[in-house]
Design a binder for this molecule. Structure first.
Ligand code: 87F
Length: 520
């Protein structure tokens, strides 16, 4: 085991630490060509290295001395908090309550759930010692909380009046993965929310699955400006412990890989059977609950970085940026420096009062040009520059991070213009991402077309017979260095399937359209 571990560690891409800021030596002259701040890897040429570099230099992540574990710095934690500030009130409207269960799992309950845990067992981390002495019974660290929570659901649910029981917790989980750790995307510890609900009827459970999935769609599309596809997982790809799994699926054009954005499962009555979650219904009969579970994690942030980032660094959608507008004084040599600094402060105050997250960068040890690069690296959506000319003309210069467009805005009406610009940036990021994603979608009908599209890094929409063995077979036939192809989901939004359409892989009658591709 130790051997595997060290091998994996050395395979991890650790970028060289971010370039140190270049001091301008107190010179007030704007320096045009700045060096030392940029990325050394390009997104289109060396995606994996680019990603590692951008999350570190953009100050989202610091690498940690345990492989697969990362420090979430304030710049990324603030995004997580903004997503939380959206999701948490939404689920409270649905009468879901927050709770907190322990991080430790006793081996007994894990054993109880053996069937579904079996495949995951190698990823479960265990505490075996305290100090120098071995624990009498080792204790697992939660990889997910079904086994932690459901014994108590069994205790708390007695009669029909105890239903529905709808709980959520915001927590960390640990999965000791061995394949290619990637910040946010695949880490050994990550943050998520996990919702676990129990109902008297399947109908109520079915409804909630979709309500939660819609919130996940909104996180991606309205906040992170990342287009996703809602759909149902195949039998092979669903959560084995459940009845069916729905998901939102994103796509990373640069790698040609799909990525599961979040999942909302209907567990049916499988766990109710295992954990004896029974109650007495209105007729006085013994009945079993119907359960759901659902989660989104800090992976959301990684998907956003991969989709929007560019060769200058991060590109943050305004709705999740903790700094939406950075105001930078541009004090030329003989200019009214104090006047410029005052104008910057006044602009920040005005914007903040209007609810815009604005800050000024008045550090006197960096040149304006260096600051531009640094805030571009950090992905701030809008930069405002104020120089002598702007001061004289009672205006500011705004520069968009997404397009680089420069716009002079009169001080009168500044707030309204900035609000419009931020909305426009949010929309443009979504539109550009959707267009790029859509360019990668390929509809195919035959195996040859499938293989060709896969080699072109496409997300493939194909008519499928929906048989498990056929998916197993497709996986086997596409196995290689790049990883096998699998189903991403069967979209709820189904194109027409004409009579007589056959499955691209088996030639049997097609039952549905499904998205296929390589994935994370
Ligand atoms: C790793 C180790 C042990 C995933 C694991 O998706 C168990 C598991 O059960 C495991 N990795 N899973 C599936 C998690 C299913 C489900 N849990 C609640 C969710 C949403 C939140």
């Amino acid at each position: 085991m130790a051997g595997t571990e060290s091998k994996k560690q050395s395979a991890e891409k650790k970028p060289k630490s971010g370039a140190k800021p270049q001091q301008s030596g107190g010179k007030k002259k704007e320096v045009k060509k700045e060096t030392g701040l940029g990325l050394t890897n390009r997104k289109a040429e060396n995606f994996g290295e680019w990603y590692s570099e951008v999350v570190v230099n953009g100050e989202m992540i610091e690498y940690y001395d345990i492989s697969g574990c990362y420090i979430l710095r304030p710049w990324s934690m603030s995004i997580w908090e903004i997503l939380q500030a959206f999701f948490d009130p939404e689920i409270k409207k649905m009468k879901i309550k927050n709770c907190y269960f322990p991080v430790f799992v006793s081996p007994g309950v894990l054993e109880k759930e053996k069937d579904h845990v079996e495949g995951f067992a190698p990823e479960v981390a265990w505490v075996t010692k305290s100090g120098n002495s071995d624990l009498e019974i080792p204790i697992a660290i939660r990889p997910t909380s079904e086994t932690v929570m459901y014994p108590y659901y069994s205790k708390w649910i007695r009669g029909h009046r105890d239903l529905p029981l709808k709980l959520n917790q915001w927590c960390n989980v640990v999965r000791w993965e061995f394949s290619n750790p990637t910040p946010f995307i695949r880490s050994r510890e990550f943050l998520w929310q996990e919702g676990h609900t129990a109902f008297a009827t399947k109908e109520e459970a079915d409804t909630e699955v979709l309500e939660i999935l819609e919130l996940y769609r909104r996180i991606y599309e309205e906040y992170l400006a990342v287009p996703v596809i809602k759909g149902k997982k195949s039998e092979l790809e669903k959560f084995a412990g459940g009845l069916y799994t729905t998901s939102v699926e994103a796509f990373i054009p640069n790698t040609g890989r799909g990525i599961q954005g979040a999942t909302s499962h209907c567990l049916g009555q499988n766990f109710a059977k295992m954990f004896e979650i029974n109650y007495e219904n209105e007729k006085g009969e013994k009945a079993m609950v119907w359960q759901n579970s659902w989660a989104y994690s800090t992976r959301t942030i990684g998907v956003m970085v991969m989709v929007h980032g560019d060769d200058k660094g991060l590109v943050l959608p305004p709705k999740v940026a903790s700094v939406q507008v950075i105001v930078i004084p541009v004090p030329y040599k003989d200019a009214d420096t104090q006047g410029i600094f005052d104008a910057c402060s006044a602009t920040v105050s005005m914007l903040c009062e209007a609810g815009i997250r604005a800050e000024s960068d008045s550090r006197d040890n960096y040149s304006p040009g260096w600051k531009y690069s640094q805030w571009e690296m950090k992905g701030v959506p809008l930069r405002i520059e104020i120089g002598p000319k702007d001061l004289a003309n009672k205006q500011v210069r705004a520069v968009r991070r997404d397009t680089g467009a420069k716009i002079d805005i009169a001080n009168a009406g500044l707030v309204e213009e900035i609000k419009k610009l931020l909305d426009s940036i949010q929309q443009n990021l979504f539109d550009v991402a959707t267009q790029k994603r859509d360019e990668c979608i390929q509809i195919i009908h035959t195996w040859d077309e499938f293989v060709q599209a896969l080699n072109q890094k496409k997300m493939i929409l194909a008519p499928w017979c929906d048989e498990k063995d056929v998916e197993v077979d497709v996986k086997a036939r596409t196995k290689g260095e790049m990883g096998a192809a699998k189903t991403l989901c069967s979209p709820f939004d189904q194109p027409e399937l004409p009579e007589g359409t056959t499955c691209f892989a088996s030639g049997k009658p097609a039952k549905k359209w499904s998205y296929w591709g390589r994935s994370y």
